[in-house]
Design a protein around this ligand. Sequence first.
Ligand code: ADP
Ligand code: ZN
Length: 335
Amino acid sequence: LIKLKTKNYNILIADNLINNFDELIKKSYHKDKIFIITDQNVFNLYEKKITKSLPSFKLYFHVLKPGETSKSFLNYQETINSLINKGIKKDHLIIGFGGGVVGDLAGFIAGTLYRGINFIQIPTSLLAVVDSSIGSKTGIDLELGKNLVGVYKDPKVVLIDPLFLNTLSTKEYNNGLAEVIKMALIRDKTLFNNIKDKNKLTIDDIVRTINIKRKIVRKDPFEKNLRMLLNFGHTFGHAIELESNFNVKHGVAISYGMLISIEEGIKRGITKHDIYDEVKDLLIKHNLVKEPLLSKDKYLKYLKHDKKNLSSGLNFVFIKEIGKSLIKSGVIFND
Ligand code: ADP
Ligand code: ZN
């Protein structure tokens, strides 16, 4: 069992951790009802297993439609109504059991319903395991953009069983891999080298990735400075998602975004030019980008909607070389 500590909660990681869910949850929660928010895919695959793993509790499932549309304001309201109808009380527990969509919505509900109730994350997609379940951000989407409404909500614990990832499609796996590659590029050359020739991450790679994010968030939980590094590739990534009406997957969008950032860094003499092909080849290998690549010009008009675009100008993340990154403020893009 690997135990990573953050200021307010632990992240527990182990193959077959599901066998310990009951005792682990009992340690921090002493009522017998649990409200599990999940989506239809995860429910179909794991309802029996998760039910069997939690014999001490009475479980109430709320099953969402898979996909980003479940993070709408309307669905937030519907889900809360359904939980209240099922009898949820202030001292009960919500578990977000699924990918990033489930975790973000469940966390936002746990952060806002009755001004906050107990919350546990059990991420089941790679993206949720290495990224969205770590760092306490929750949120829902507006028509104007993703994650525009949210709160910071600490879970009591994050329970990670990498065996859930075995049922993930290659496409979804690679979507999460884009965030792993991002984390390696900004902070960890060894991780980058470790994952370069692999299709599937080891548990060590996963722990290493979570640790990068955990350490950044610990130093800057509310994204005043250092945490912005995690936006590497995301400025243009968000623009690409927006322009496509969210038909381009997040991992794909940030992959193009990372290449645009590297290209812009090279132009400005910030980024070592020889890394471009290395990163591009890795992203191509995992079907995250394909040639011809997207050029930034089409996306400039979407940048001003980026909520991270502060009034003092655009904060933009560059990498110097693999594993080393920096934030520049007042960055201007010309076409
Ligand atoms: P994210 O990429 O942010 O994690 P989602 O929550 O939408 O986004 O998850 C991506 C997709 O993967 C969804 O269709 C979800 O149902 C599916 N999914 C999540 N976990 C698993 C799993 N362990 N096995 C199979 N499919 C999964
Ligand atoms: Zn991201």
